[in-house]
Write a protein that binds this ligand. Structure first.
Ligand SMILES: [Zn+2]
Length: 111
C-alpha cells in the first residue's frame, strides 16, 4: 500500500470536536461498512481536534495528511455520515481488481 495511506497508531477520542479544518483535497476513501468499495472524497488534510483521551484527560492535537482524512471519516460516523454520502459522482466509486499483468487496478462500480 502507498506509504501516504499508512495510518498512525490507533487511539481513543471521547467527544472529539473539530476546531480547525483546512487543506481540503480529494483523496482515497473506503470503509469497513462497505467491504471492497472505495471512492474519492474531498476532506480536510489538516485538522485540529479537541476532546478527552481514554483516561478522560483533555487533549488538543493537530493531524495532517491521511491521518486527518481518517479522523474526519471517523468523526463523520459519529454524525451519521458515511463516505458514500460524500461521493460527488457515482463514477467516483470503484472496487479493486487484478489485471492480466498482476497489477491492481480500479474497476468502476455501476449502481
Ligand atoms: Zn467508516
Amino acid at each position: 500500500m502507498d506509504e501516504k495511506w499508512q495510518a498512525g497508531p490507533s487511539m481513543a477520542m471521547i467527544n472529539p470536536e473539530i476546531i480547525e479544518a483546512s487543506g481540503e483535497r480529494r483523496d482515497f476513501d473506503g470503509c469497513l461498512s462497505f467491504p471492497d468499495l472505495y471512492g474519492e472524497t474531498t476532506r480536510p488534510h489538516h485538522l485540529r481536534i479537541t476532546g478527552l483521551d481514554e483516561d478522560g484527560k483533555p487533549f488538543d492535537r493537530a493531524y495532517e495528511g491521511f491521518n486527518a482524512v481518517i479522523i474526519h471519516h471517523e468523526i463523520d460516523h459519529l454524525d451519521g455520515v458515511l463516505f458514500i454520502d460524500r461521493i460527488e459522482n457515482l463514477q467516483d466509486l470503484y472496487t479493486l481488481s487484478e489485471n492480466e499483468h498482476g497489477e491492481t487496478v480500479r474497476v468502476s462500480v455501476t449502481l
